[in-house]
Design a protein around this ligand. Structure first.
Ligand code: ADP
Ligand code: MG
Length: 685
């Protein structure tokens, strides 16, 4: 009868609910149990006593021992947030690490990501005001928080994680924190570091104690090549297949590479070979991880390897210490890393592939011995390891352009840059060059004091150069009337993953028949997409990455909000008049806005080629990258060579390439926009 049916149904429902509940209880039990298995757990009591007794504490422990995921939870559990009165901040040098660790910890705490546990990285914040008590964030984001609250009073504890990486932002943070610790005696500072740097950090914070969490590490067999490898990618691929075909299937492989492009190319090659071998070998599951990997793909590296399959993780040095991947038994280490190197005398930054330091190479080998004995294949010689590698990597502060940092410190009221507590002092020539650059941009006056424009530039969540572009785009006396357009272009330039599916050239042809610059192409893409009502099908039809454009729109909204906050957009609206800027003037106004922001990124046509100006005295010969619209226009459509070109990126590799370019038809625009630099320019050349 109906009644019986109904009670059957109820029973079914109850049963299902009970099963669900049991699954959830099991999950929580597993999580709780696995938390207790981590090496830091055995020291929980001693650790928390040390935190209680000391304002600053250095924590050293093997990767994977639970520093990043557990310590902040202990602080929460022990009441350091006083309910939700205070927050705990944990900084990470890398955005991917901040996001993925926050996700993991919210899972362990059984809360929704973005509520009690959140993260904050540039252009992407997942926190809830009044609710979030534990926030994982990039070191750069915490530096920026000093602008709004120079004592970081909402935080009761700050953990500077991966401090040994010595990113510029981490170094700046350490100096700023040292300054506020006296004013905030109740603030707790935890610094996690690899063993090699621990003493230096302790000395910096008045010899504060170093807490050592003994790790467990299984033995790792190290293999070297007998001769230096000519092509480490090929050597690495060969090694992968050797391992895969000769070693038992249980045990995943981690290969370290230098960057996104290298990772994607290597992945293609491995996939090609493995599809040729077909069913003769067990399946390989290839998962890349690098800083700009779209979020939706990041979780893949943590997925359990399916049966009858071997996982191969292709990673940048992000997997050296920031992320722990379980199940790795084989590590392949080519021994190279990409590093920025700034030359103050020329004002240029080179991205160089250089040999890793000994400290890094040792860390990397350790990744193979986390869950059992492992093997590390070094694609360099033992001689090289023992005699040629540097002991430690160079901190970023001594090898990077410091303009943004100098502007920020000045804006925070740090007047005496030379006496700021830097762990390692930057070069004086770099500081001087920064002051010079900031003066040219109008961020400083001739006495080296920060201007209103400079303060405004600091407020933007982007480099001061881009902020200047937006300011000029809105200001009639400079360019004016093209803020909307420049907002779109600047946002497109910020998105580091590719916008185009397949070749940029083909995608371009689908969108526009003729276009003068990469900047105007990006504008056209964004506007066409906007006119399609941000539709997914427009993206599909034109082979454009929909998700990438969604991110661009998000960046644009945030930049736009800053403009509104600073009153820049209103200025623009009033001056634009009712009909806006006439169509035919948009291009030139956009170009001028970019010149005002990037006056040092300009090359000049000289005897058939391009040379840098305003930088090195002699002038460096550069090539236009084949992906640029300008390259296609000049080389393939036979257009007249432009006299000057502004570029967004200069890559000094085997050949010097400029990327993302906009032509400047006449030198008078340069003189008009940046007379400080270009007043002597000979226009006839
Ligand atoms: P540490 O900071 O000391 O290197 P972590 O706290 O990052 O260590 O990691 C502790 C453990 O948590 C790791 O051994 C790993 O097993 C696990 N873990 C961390 N992040 C994740 C994740 N995103 N997914 C699955 N497991 C994770
Ligand atoms: Mg960690």
């Amino acid at each position: 009868s109906n009644e019986e049916d109904a009670s059957d149904e109820e029973d079914e429902e109850k049963k299902e609910l009970l099963t669900q509940l049991q699954t959830e209880i099991d999950r929580i039990k597993t999580v709780t149990d696995s938390r207790k298995l981590l090496p830091v757990y055995a020291f929980r009591k001693e650790l928390m006593e040390a935190v209680d007794k000391n304002q600053a504490l250095i924590i050293v422990g093997e990767t994977g021992s639970g520093k990043t995921t557990q310590l902040p939870q202990y602080l929460v559990e022990d009441g350091y947030t006083q309910g939700n009165k205070y927050q705990i901040a944990v900084t990470q040098p890398r955005r991917v690490a901040a996001m993925s660790v926050a996700a993991r910890v919210s899972d362990e705490m059984n809360v929704v990501l973005g509520k009690e546990v959140g993260y904050s990285i540039r252009f992407d914040e997942k926190t809830t005001a009044g609710k979030t008590i534990l926030k994982y964030m990039t070191d750069g984001m915490l530096v920026r928080e000093f602008l709004a609250d120079n004592e970081l009073s909402k935080y009761s504890c700050i953990m500077i994680d991966e401090a040994h990486e010595r990113t510029l932002a981490t170094d700046v943070l350490l100096g700023l924190l040292k300054n506020i610790m006296k004013k905030r005696p109740e603030l707790k500072l935890l610094i996690s570091s690899a063993t090699v740097n621990a003493k230096k950090f302790s000395a910096f914070f008045d010899n504060c104690p170093i807490f050592n969490v003994p790790g467990r590490r299984f033995p790792v067999d190290i293999h070297y090549t007998l001769q230096p490898e000519g092509n480490y990618i090929n050597a690495a691929i060969t090694t992968i297949f050797q391992i895969h075909t000769t070693q038992p299937l249980k045990g995943d492989i981690l290969l370290f590479l230098t960057g996104q492009e290298e990772i994607e190319n290597t992945r293609e090659k491995i996939e090609e070979i493995s599809s040729k071998l077909g069913s003769r070998i067990p399946q390989l599951l290839i998962t890349p991880i690098y800083a700009n990997l779209p979020q939706e793909q990041q979780a893949n590296i943590f997925q359990k390897t399916p049966d009858k399959c071997r996982k191969v993780v292709l990673a940048t040095n992000i997997a050296e210490t920031s992320l722990t991947i379980d199940g790795i038994k084989y590590v392949i280490d080519p021994g190279f890393v990409k590093e920025n190197s700034y030359v103050p005398s020329t004002g240029m930054t080179q991205l160089l592939t250089i040999p890793c330091s000994k400290a890094s190479v040792d860390q990397i080998a350790g990744r193979a011995g986390r869950t059992g004995p492992g093997k590390c294949f070094r694609l360099f010689t033992k001689y090289s390891y023992e005699n040629e590698l540097e002991a430690m990597p160079r901190p970023e502060i001594v090898r990077t352009n410091l303009s943004n940092t100098v502007l920020l410190l000045l804006s925070l009221g740090v007047k005496d840059l030379l006496n700021f507590p830097f762990l390692d002092k930057p070069q004086i020539s770099t500081l001087t060059k920064s002051l010079e650059n900031l003066y040219v941009l109008g961020a400083l006056n001739s006495r080296g004091q920060i201007t209103d424009l400079g303060k405004m530039m600091c407020e933007f969540p982007c480099e001061p150069e881009f902020a200047k572009v937006l300011y000029s785009a809105a200001t009639h006396a400079i360019a004016g009337g093209v803020l909307e357009q420049c907002l779109s272009i600047v946002s497109m330039l910020h998105e580091t993953t590719s916008i185009f599916i397949g070749s940029k050239k083909e995608a371009t042809a689908r969108i526009v028949s003729e276009i003068d610059s990469d900047h105007m192409l990006y504008l056209k893409v964004y506007e066409d997409w906007k006119n399609s009502n941000y539709s997914r099908s427009w993206c599909q039809d034109h082979k454009i990455q929909y998700r990438t454009l969604l991110r661009v729109r998000n960046i644009r909204n945030q930049l736009n909000r800053t403009c509104i906050k600073l009153g820049i957009s209103e200025k623009n609206l009033i001056l634009m008049g009712e009909n806006g800027v006439p169509e035919n003037l948009i291009g030139s106004k956009v170009t001028k806005s970019f010149v005002s922001g990037f006056p040092l990124n300009i090359v000049q046509l000289k005897s058939g080629g391009y040379q840098t100006i305003g930088k090195s005295k002699g002038g460096l010969n550069v090539n236009i990258h084949p992906s640029s619209v300008i390259f296609q226009n000049q080389k393939e459509k036979g257009k007249k060579l432009d006299k000057f070109i502004l570029y967004q990126q200069l890559m000094l590799t085997s050949k010097e390439f400029v990327r993302d370019c906009i032509p400047i038809p006449t030198g008078t625009w340069l003189v008009e926009m940046v007379p400080q630099i270009f007043s002597n320019l000979n226009n006839d050349k």
